[in-house]
Design a binder for this molecule. Structure first.
Ligand code: AMP
Length: 279
């Protein structure tokens, strides 16, 4: 497995591969877990070559967020990628991606102001910009994203359509801990007590999904039931619990077409997101 730190190195390998092989790409911020692994394994199964990027993208963090303390463990990440069969890790320094004279951004007007966009103002500008750059660097045929970050997945799909980018975006299911908590690098911030409290997040998601599947169409009723579950936990603080259209991410009153139930909940200082999608 190749570790490339520069764009030039990645391009040299991709240039050789591109002629005869399909290339799958999995962008990550590292501190890999089974959620990331599921994307890498899927890419390895569906492509001749798989590239994983590990880059904690400063542009998608606001000044008050956790950029400096974001967890990192390159040795463990390398071992997981190697075991999963990845061919190349792109692990650039910040200056490689954002040189001093960097002036260009990808900004999306729709989809980015809802849900997480309400409290994370420039987050999706950072995501779209870096993903666009990474796509240009790795020149992959397919890129794999988790449904865990449902809004991100919707935004990336839209960016690819809007800008006619020649890459297929593949959404992959949420991987969870045994008690239901969606796996996340940020779960490592939770104390033992908080980790236990965090169960209400997935419990609320499962309740919402169960209600929709059993025929409840009132978004208000679904949100109320989910809210009640979260409120049983004193360490939990709701950022949002919303029922939205799966494609436009706009709030809906009634569940009649593909729908996303999405939550962001603070457990102590840690903000966790989770969701369910019904088609
Ligand atoms: P991150 O390193 O958090 O930026 O995540 C990199 C990719 O892994 C994104 O496409 C995420 O949606 C995906 N991912 C993170 N957690 C999970 C999970 N629990 N299940 C499936 N995919 C995930």
């Amino acid at each position: 497995m190749i570790i490339a730190n520069t764009i030039q190195e990645v391009r040299a390998h991709v240039y050789g591969w591109k002629k005869y092989h399909t290339i799958g790409f999995v962008p990550t911020m590292g501190y890999l877990h089974e959620g990331h692994l599921s994307l890498i394994e899927r890419s390895v199964a569906e492509n001749a070559k798989t590239i994983v990027s590990i880059f904690v993208n400063p542009m998608q963090f606001s000044p008050t967020e956790d950029l400096d303390k974001y967890p990192r463990d390159l040795e463990s990440d390398k071992a997981m990628c190697r075991k999963a069969g990845a061919n190349l890790i792109f692990y650039p320094q910040v200056e490689e991606i954002y040189p001093k004279d960097f002036y260009s951004y990808v900004d999306m007007e729709g989809l980015t102001k809802e849900l997480c966009g309400k409290t994370r103002a420039n987050h999706f500008r950072g995501v779209c910009t870096v993903v666009n750059k990474l796509f240009n660097i790795v020149a992959a045929d397919r890129a794999y994203f988790g449904q865990k970050d449902a809004q991100q997945l919707a935004v990336i799909k839209k960016m690819v359509r809007d800008l006619n980018m020649d890459i297929e975006i593949i959404g992959c299911p949420i991987i969870r801990e045994v008690d239901g908590l969606a796996k996340s690098s940020r779960n490592s911030y939770l104390s033992l007590e908080e980790r236990k409290a965090a169960q209400v997040v997935s419990q609320a998601i499962f309740k919402g999904e169960e209600l929709v599947k059993s025929g409840e169409i009132s978004a208000k009723n679904i949100i109320e039931s989910m809210t009640k579950i979260v409120q049983t936990e004193p360490l939990a603080k709701i950022d949002y619990i919303e029922i939205v259209d799966l494609d436009t991410l706009e709030k809906i009153q009634e569940v009649t077409k593909p729908t996303l139930g999405a939550v962001a909940i603070y457990i102590g200082k840690t903000r966790l997101i989770d969701n369910f999608a019904v088609y």
